[in-house]
Design a protein around this ligand. Structure first.
Ligand SMILES: Nc1nc2c(c(=O)[nH]1)N[C@H]1C(S)=C(S)[C@@H](COP(=O)(O)O)O[C@H]1N2
Ligand SMILES: [Mo]
Length: 377
């Protein structure tokens, strides 16, 4: 009696300077696992190693009876089952997806939410149907401005009970180059439950929140969508009462495959003296990555890395690229970094960008390494 959802669902807050990660954040971090960074070696992330983020529960879904409704401001509302989708022309796209909150737990002050370090990324081959063809069949009315996507998951967040919902501008939803998919397969197999079984949206180049999982409704609307995940969450704000800018496309980032071998607790990397090949991946959802530089002296000096060529057929446009560089390690402590730049001139900041949600923070990685001669145990 007299209970309100707000009592169990706190507003967003920032951690105090020495506030540790709580059990609630640990529970989120265990549910929403990251990519083990050694898996950056794979072009396509093997099943189970792709990062996962789910705000509420993974809903129980049945692929055989699943239907997605395409409605709202359309001339011919559609209800499409999985077999109808599979009978349509299939498209496979290789897409690197990254959570907008990647890097959040490294910020000062630290926004309290899913405490990602740098591992909220993965690359998959997504197969499905072009969203624009479904919208064309439904016949978008002239009054349409956005498309709202509804997932089958339900929860409460900061006191607001909701289905997970996000929108895209109609021009993105309909654009052939944007390449938005309604996907039913990941790496050639039906979507695993945690990645949206049986259907999800894939929005190449956009941060993860746009890729609505367990997709059950596609609704054309005639006014900009003001739902929680659009207007309250996923905004770049300095102050709690800023309207803020929406989070959209992925900012450039490069990460290193962790060199050498790790210490169990500190994760500090141990390498031997001598020549070492450093490698990693770089991506941007804004424009193709054009350069990666590395630093082995904590950002004091930078040298170009070698970038793998992009596939000539354009299939790598939305996928990360491998880079490599050689480093001659000398005994002692070092901090390694990599920095990506894209064709639009976007690059990674060397000083921390900050916003209240900890979104789209692409500060360069700092990887501590200790170089110890063999037998110096
Ligand atoms: N229905 C639904 N879709 C969702 C989410 C969600 O909680 N519910 N989380 C979003 C967020 S924030 C991210 S980062 C991606 C993660 O996708 P993945 O778990 O397949 O890596 O899914 C997005 N799609
Ligand atoms: Mo996310």
């Amino acid at each position: 009696m007299g209970q309100r959802l707000a009592d169990i669902s706190p507003p967003a807050w920032l951690a105090e300077p020495h506030e540790g990660v709580s059990h609630e954040e640990l529970a989120l971090a265990a549910r929403n696992h990251g990519l083990p960074l050694e898996a950056l070696r794979y072009d396509v992330t093997p099943p189970g190693l792709h990062y996962v983020l789910t705000h509420y529960d993974i809903p129980w879904t049945d692929g055989e009876t699943w239907e997605v409704r395409v409605g709202g401001r359309v001339r011919h509302p559609l209800t499409v089952g999985l077999n109808d989708l599979r009978a349509r022309p299939a498209v496979t796209r290789r897409v690197t997806m990254e959570c907008a909150g990647n890097g959040r737990a490294l910020l000062t002050p630290r926004p309290v939410s899913q405490p990602w370090l740098l591992e909220a990324v993965g690359t998959a081959d997504w197969t499905g149907v072009e969203l624009r063809t479904l919208l064309a069949d439904a016949g978008v009315a002239d009054s349409g401005v956005e498309v709202v996507f509804t997932g089958a998951d339900h929860g409460v967040e900061r006191g607001v009970e909701q289905d997970y919902r996000r929108s895209l501008p109609l021009d993105v939803a309909l654009d052939q180059d944007a390449g938005v998919l309604v996907a039913y397969a990941m790496n050639g197999s039906p979507l695993p439950p945690q990645h949206g079984r049986p259907l999800r949206l894939v929005v190449p180049g956009w941060y993860g929140m746009a890729h609505v999982k367990w997709l059950r409704e596609v609704t054309v609307v005639d006014e900009p969508f003001t739902g929680f995940q659009q207007q309250v969450a996923y905004r770049l704000r300095q102050d709690a009462d800023d309207a803020g800018e929406p989070v959209t496309r992925i900012a450039p980032r490069a990460l290193l495959v962790p060199p050498g071998f790790p210490d169990f607790m500190s994760r500090t990397r141990v390498v031997r003296p001598g020549r070492i090949t450093l490698e990693g991946r770089a991506w941007s959802g804004r424009a193709p990555v054009t350069a990666v530089k590395i630093s082995t002296d904590d950002g004091a000096t930078w040298t170009p890395a070698e970038l793998d060529p992009a596939p000539a057929d354009g299939s790598g446009r939305w996928a990360w690229r491998r880079w490599r560089a050689t480093w001659t390690a000398a005994p002692g402590r070092h901090v390694l970094s990599a920095r990506a730049t894209d064709a639009a001139g976007n690059t990674q900041p060397l000083r921390q960008p900050w916003n209240r949600g900890g979104f789209a923070n692409n500060l360069v990685q700092r990887q501590p390494v200790v170089c110890v001669p063999d037998g110096d145990g």
